[in-house]
Design a protein around this ligand. Structure first.
Ligand SMILES: Cc1cc2nc3c(=O)[nH]c(=O)nc-3n(C[C@H](O)[C@H](O)[C@H](O)COP(=O)(O)O)c2cc1C
Length: 180
């Protein structure tokens, strides 16, 4: 596992080479097996290959045009209706402070990390992106207002292995028994 963790980098430059459905399904299988609170499994994934759709998504995602060198995007959604039932016309977005929404986003983030790590294991590059507003992404993919877009992942064969970004030291983040 530590090998895949060490191998994973945010890749922002991809080869002009397709990614097979089999590989995509292996990524989603890794996501499917992720843990979640109450085993709610609140995640959904939209696999996007269409250039036109990827262009619209990259544009909504702060015009990050580098994304377009990736042949596949995976749009990762948290489904609030797994926690909030019987509320008609449920609308969630960045301003929603409800705990249930935090729960489904938390769980979906775990599944997303499974995707990133499984991709590294398969030699694929990925980058989690999140520089968009819900209201801009939803209409592109016909996403209902009770789903939250947790991340748009680029997936492809890396054109280069980026150097590793710095991390805080273990000492900085570790506390024994209590905060201080
Ligand atoms: C929630 C989230 C959102 C991110 N959004 C973007 C983004 O919009 N654009 C981008 O280039 N990288 C994005 N990143 C990648 C981070 O910049 C990257 O993970 C961080 O710098 C550490 O580098 P590494 O992933 O190569 O270890 C995002 C990562 C996360 C986890």
């Amino acid at each position: 596992m530590i090998d895949a963790i060490l191998k994973r980098r945010s890749v922002r430059e991809y080869l002009d080479e397709p990614v097979s459905d089999e590989d995509i399904l292996q990524l989603l299988e890794a996501a499917r097996l992720a843990p979640s609170g109450n085993n709610k499994q609140p995640w959904h994934f939209i696999v996007v290959r269409s250039l036109e759709t990827r262009q619209a998504l990259a544009h909504a995602d702060h015009d990050q045009t580098w994304m377009l060198s990736a042949p596949v995007f995976i749009v990762c959604l948290a489904d609030a209706t797994t926690r909030i039932q019987s509320e008609r016309d449920l609308y969630i977005d960045e301003q929603t402070s409800r705990f249930e929404v935090k729960q489904v986003i938390r769980d979906t983030a775990i599944a997303i990390d499974h995707i990133l790590l499984q991709a590294a294991e398969l030699g694929l590059g990925t980058c989690w992106t999140g520089f968009y507003r819900q209201a801009d992404v939803r209409p592109i993919l016909n996403i209902p207002a009770d789903k939250f877009v947790v991340g748009i992942l680029t997936v492809g064969h890396p054109a280069a292995q980026p150097t590793s970004r710095p991390r805080k030291s273990l000492e900085e983040i570790t506390h024994w028994e209590r905060w201080s």
